[in-house]
Ligand binder design. Sequence first.
Ligand SMILES: NC(=O)c1ccc[n+]([C@@H]2O[C@H](COP(=O)([O-])OP(=O)(O)OC[C@H]3O[C@@H](n4cnc5c(N)ncnc54)[C@H](O)[C@@H]3O)[C@@H](O)[C@H]2O)c1
Ligand SMILES: O=C(O)CC[C@@H](O)C(=O)O
Length: 527
Amino acid sequence: MPKVLVSDPIDPVGIELLGQVAQVDVQTDLTPEQLIQVIPNYDALMIRSGTKVTPEVIEAGKLLKIIGRAGVGVDNVDIPSATRKGIVVVNSPEGNTIAAAEHALTMMLALSRHVPKANVSLKAGKWERKKFTGVEVYKKTLGIVGLGKIGSHVAKVARAMGMQLLAYDPFLSQERAEQLGCKLVELDFLFSEADYITLHIPKTPETYHLINAETLAKMKSTARIVNCARGGIIDEAALAKAIDEGQIAGAALDVFENEPLGESPLSAVEGDLILTPHLGASTEEAQTNVAVDVAEQIRDVLLGLPARSAVNIPGLRPEVLEKLQPYMLLAETLGNLVGQLAGGRIESLDIRLQGELANNESDPIVIAALKGLLSPALQERVNYVNAGIEAKERGIRVIETRDAAARDYAGSIHLEAKGPLETRSVTGALLGDNEIRITDIDDFPVNVAPANHMLITLHRDMPGIIGQIGSQLGGFNVNIASMQVGRKMVRGDAVMVLSLDDLPPEGVVAEINKTEGIRDSYIVTLQ
Ligand SMILES: NC(=O)c1ccc[n+]([C@@H]2O[C@H](COP(=O)([O-])OP(=O)(O)OC[C@H]3O[C@@H](n4cnc5c(N)ncnc54)[C@H](O)[C@@H]3O)[C@@H](O)[C@H]2O)c1
Ligand SMILES: O=C(O)CC[C@@H](O)C(=O)O
């Protein structure tokens, strides 16, 4: 049974789900050193934002196949290291969207009405009504930085509260912003016009310290900032100074550059500053959603199935995945076949998507073809995660073309692998029940189902040659399950494809290559 380590608190429903297919160990108080010590025993790691999955953890995780982040942000996982090692990293892109958006809105309202301070005052026996006079959000301008899933929900609710909406998101269309009632503006304009600024962006090199002394200086003295996105987007020392000096009216933060917060200039702020300990996703509903979402993906990957929200392999919507999955298998089989035929060094792989496939997303098919191509050399070390990188590192140029006019099959894939000395090609299609058929080898038409063991010969079409190969295989005690010849002209060049019941012993190829008329022969293993 595979083993899963759960190193942050996860809703029991997720652990139960994983328990159906794996041994699950929950250890939520491991130090970084202890994590490195235990991780070699595990096939999967399930985390929230607490565990830091460093390059050292990934290096030590010799058996690791998947890291599941029960949440959105994967900035606590070293993705490049995981990708290089072929480890799938999955998250739950939508499970906590509502929770995080509602927390941002809660922070905005609590800040406007001094809720935390009024609560403390009242519990201290005071009745300070005038001191805690607040402001309304109605008719105020909200600047949303990042109009993705969470930002969009904030926009919908804020609009319903009567706020004017500005948004900055360089990756979003004007049309989408308008649908949400937002005016898409430049960042400086948003900073100078907004009464409230709420951040819903990832932490990237571009967004690090986006809010700093210089940008704070552009804001209104009545501006209030909410950050329920990621620590590090705000320069905390600059923010503390801006609040205490009255440069802005206040801020509410759920996330911090260092978590847990520890010693920080924020702790000493006397002005309006609300802090919560990364609670954005902490609702019962969100924790159930993310636990189930990620546990299901870990289960699937451990069972050899694809993950639906992998962050380091081409992401696919479930409906697209359902359609493309059989073609991915076809591409992988063809890649594997052409890789074995080409042998040795491959300089480029031409991938032609034909028929209905020409109008589909190609990334998953390209990745699957590369995985197949490299698997004769790399075996299980290549997978959907690292196939692209491995191909690039080997200098394999990938050329993608599309031919919607090809009509022999609904959809088919043609692969051509060029090496320094020769070029080999294969084509394949799917039949009725998504059954794979190899329909061309080196442009010779065939119609063969892939088999575990196959013998493929390039030969001259001449009387007696098929019988001779049959007898030679019989001499090696190898049983032939099926046989096909593909030729373009009588007594010209041809290919012969034999599906075999047994793996031929060493020496078969050398023996067959001695036969008159045989140009070359290959033992191929597919499936
Ligand atoms: N506090 C919490 O507990 C909590 C919970 C969930 C998510 N989050 C965080 O909230 C943030 C948003 O999550 P989401 O699910 O909405 O993500 P998302 O990917 O749906 O949206 C992010 C948006 O930011 C935009 N963006 C990227 N770079 C930008 C830039 N430089 N300037 C402006 N816009 C930029 C993208 O185009 C996208 O529209 C993430 O950082 C996530 O980790 C926090
Ligand atoms: O695990 C958590 O509670 C935080 C999750 C949140 O930051 C996220 O990015 O999904």
